[in-house]
Write a protein that binds this ligand. Structure first.
Ligand code: MOS
Length: 726
């Protein structure tokens, strides 16, 4: 049986609040946590198969060119080598995402430095790697005029959002800001490198892979290999972080699959850290101009945000920098314009909160500049500019705790009210300052299915191909089922990450929890109906608690009601008009205190508070962890993270975790997270919004503003490394 809901209107019933099992929302531990920390959770590269061959990708140090020959023969004679696979499905951009939707790229064409051009397969990894190093590839390089620098090419303009006359508003403004910022490119930098192990039985393909969105990835892989979807099974019970880099399939998955099909043996391909950095994808660097016009009281009359990003020729994706600028602040005269420069760096794609992760912080810096000009406390300035309705689309907000987050965050942090003046506090050679920024992130939901089975012993099983990319999916889906069925989390088993199970939403865009959680919720509603029917009562008269069914003055264990027979339901959640009729987004506020060294320009974040409202909190522990992770990335975004491309040959110079600096323990102080409970009936049937990426959306701006407050340096380039602060 199946319960389907296309959500066309807010669901105000709040069923989950009336169940009162006390499982949902609780800060419960992850059921799979022990497996992960003891190294017994099995990740893609760790699955074994008999006589599994090892494949190593060969990449080319050429930014643009045409391959003229590949000398397979010399390598095939090396010890252990089984095959050298060159296939346009592997080399072209068809190997990333939907092949059918990828821009046309002839088999021999190279269009970014580090593009994979072949897969060497051998009996051992060492033999494959050795042979890959020796493979001779002739390439007519065509690098001379390949555009490498986004600032030197003409860009394509995307459709702008335009209301009123921003230029006029700027000239009429009592206070105005016109500032241009740059942000460097980012790598997803997931801990687990891309890996896949594929097996082909002549009919069907089974691939253990590290991927975020299995139902889409299965379609992509079938498309790439020209197979039917039902011939492909993907398995990914654990994923060691994705951060966007595993939203789509990549060359390791396609390569392992092609090799397994050609050779009739299992093949494993694990990318090196360098290959992941060079090949998979990047967040585009950005240049952003922010214009704010305000009246004498600091109320916005004009809001402009223009951004230039880059991608390879033909790619559709453009870092959606302006996403939250659409609805975060008011201002009747608006201009939002995104443009894309075509350059030869690896594909730009979704990396950790695409758009807002770099788009909110610049607006937040401009707001700080405006507060200074208007002589208003920066928290107060933000409070004054929260619009009643979506400023461009005139829709209501479904829920929004922005003002509460600003106020409660300020109080938790100990924010000192009033107009600010930099260089007020010095401790030895360190200037101390603090800054604030708002957080905003769009909310999305994606179709999802999950099966829930109530077993004869009264325990439950949840099954979906949804992934857990470190976010806590195992815990929260178990909690939704536990809450609905009156079971403790221990009595709910959650199985994830296998396309043989009902297709979930996948993990991405902060939509996983609300989408898949809703599918589990719907399945459980169906199960409650069935139990009520078995008892001959109305579902509304039934409560389930601690493994018992309760109605009127009666009580029976769930196992007894089931009478030896399992019952199951598939919940099917489909997004409908509900999220279109409202401006639906998650909000928050960041407060940061920094110390800036007077002599070196080094910035240390000393403490940071984030207050967030994102609908129902499904697990206070994992939600907090998501926020902590986001705030940690804010520190990287503000101070250290930068993809460095060589301006002469276009290669990525820092392609490992020693050279690409993510914040480490020493960089991250005590982070405080304040969670503000809310219910958003329009966002999803379980009234939850997205939290995964929210903690990264704007916080770097709070750090930038704190740097200014500390030492008086307004830094317009991210990351704000010492040379840029001095
Ligand atoms: Mo996310 S960047 O949609 O994994």
């Amino acid at each position: 049986m199946s319960v389907h809901c296309k959500q066309d209107a807010p669901d105000e019933r709040n069923v989950l609040d009336s169940t009162k099992q006390g499982v949902l929302g609780e800060p419960l531990e992850r059921p799979e946590g022990l497996l992960k920390v003891t190294g017994t959770a099995t990740y893609a590269a760790e699955f074994d198969a008999e006589s599994c061959l090892e494949g190593v990708l060969v990449t080319l140090p050429v930014v643009r060119g045409t391959i003229t020959s590949i000398d397979r023969e010399s390598v095939l004679q090396m010890p252990g080598v089984v095959a050298v696979i060159t296939d346009e499905r592997l080399t072209g951009r068809a190997a990333q995402g939907m092949a059918g939707e990828a821009p046309f790229q002839p088999a021999q064409q190279v269009c970014y430095w580090g593009q994979p051009v072949a897969l060497v397969v051998a009996e051992s990894f060492e033999e494959a790697r050795d042979a890959a190093k020796h493979l001779s590839v002739e390439c007519n390089a065509d690098e001379g005029d390949a555009p490498l620098d986004p600032d030197t090419v003409e860009a394509e303009q995307r459709k702008p959002t335009k209301n009123g006359d921003l230029a006029h508003a700027m000239t009429q403004a009592a206070h105005s800001v016109d500032a241009t910022f740059t942000t460097d490119g980012h790598a997803s930098a997931a801990m687990e490198p891309h890996a896949a192990m594929a097996q082909w039985d002549g009919q069907s393909l089974t691939v253990h892979a590290s991927l975020q969105m299995l139902k889409f990835n299965r379609a992509e892989l079938a498309d790439s290999l020209n197979l039917k979807e039902k011939q492909v099974r993907l398995i990914a019970p654990y994923v060691g972080g994705g951060f966007g880099s595993k939203l789509g399939i990549s060359q390791e998955t396609v390569g392992a699959s092609l090799a397994a099909m050609k050779l009739g043996k299992p093949v494993r391909v694990v990318m090196s850290r360098q290959q992941v950095f060079q090949t998979i994808m990047r967040r585009s660097e950005t240049t952003q101009r922010v214009r704010l016009a305000a009246d004498s009281e600091g109320r916005l009359t004009g809001f402009g945000h223009e951004a230039r990003v880059s991608n390879l020729p033909g790619e559709e994706f453009a870092e959606p920098v302006l996403q939250s600028s659409q609805f975060l602040y008011g201002g009747d005269n608006r201009l939002l314009q995104l443009e894309v420069a075509r350059i030869h760096r690896m594909t730009a794609g979704s990396v950790r909160a695409p758009g807002e992760a770099v788009g909110v912080q610049t607006v937040e810096q401009a707001m700080d500049m405006l507060a200074e000009k208007a002589g208003i406390d920066p928290v107060e300035l933000r409070l004054r500019n929260i619009p009643e309705r979506h400023p461009a689309k005139d829709k209501p907000y479904s829920s929004r705790k922005l003002a509460e987050c600003l106020r409660e965050g300020a109080s938790a942090f100990g924010w000192k009210d009033g107009p600010r003046k930099p260089r007020h506090t010095r401790e030895g050679e360190w200037w101390i300052g603090s800054g604030v920024a708002s957080a905003a992130r769009i909310h999305a939901v994606v179709e999802a299915k999950a099966r829930v089975t109530l077993r004869p012993d009264g325990t439950a099983l949840v099954e979906t191909d949804m992934t857990d990319i470190g976010t806590g999916t195992y815990a929260i889906l178990g909690q939704v089922a536990g809450e609905m069925l009156g079971l403790s989390l221990d009595d709910v088993e959650v199985r994830l990450g296998d396309t043989d199970m009902p297709p979930g939403s996948g993990s991405g865009g902060s939509f996983g929890a609300s989408s898949c959680g809703s599918a589990v919720f719907l399945a459980c509603e169906g199960l409650r109906d069935t139990l009520a029917e078995k008892l001959g009562i109305e579902a509304s008269d039934l409560s389930l608690k601690d493994g018992f069914a309760l109605w009127e003055n009666e009580k029976k264990s769930i196992a007894e009601v089931l009478d030896g027979k399992a019952i199951e339901e598939i919940g099917h959640f489909e997004p409908g008009k509900s999220t279109e009729d409202y401006a639906v987004a998650s909000f928050g506020a960041f407060f940061a205190e920094v110390a800036v060294n007077h002599w070196t320009g080094e910035t240390r974040v000393r403490r940071m508070t984030g207050a967030f409202g994102f609908g129902r909190v499904l697990n206070a522990r994992t939600a907090r962890s998501q926020c902590l992770g986001g705030m940690t990335w804010c520190i990287g975004n503000a101070l250290t993270e930068s993809l460095l491309f060589d301006p002469t040959d276009g290669h990525l110079a820092n392609c490992d975790l020693a050279e690409y600096h993510v914040p480490v323990h020493r960089d991250v102080p005590d982070l405080e997270v304040v969670l503000l409970e809310e219910r958003d009936a329009a966002a999803s049937p379980i009234q939850a919004k997205g939290v995964g990426e929210l903690g990264l959306c704007g916080g770097a701006g709070a750090i930038a503003n704190a740097i200014y407050d500390a030492c008086g340096a307004r830094v317009f380039a991210y990351p704000m490394t010492p040379d840029r602060v001095l």
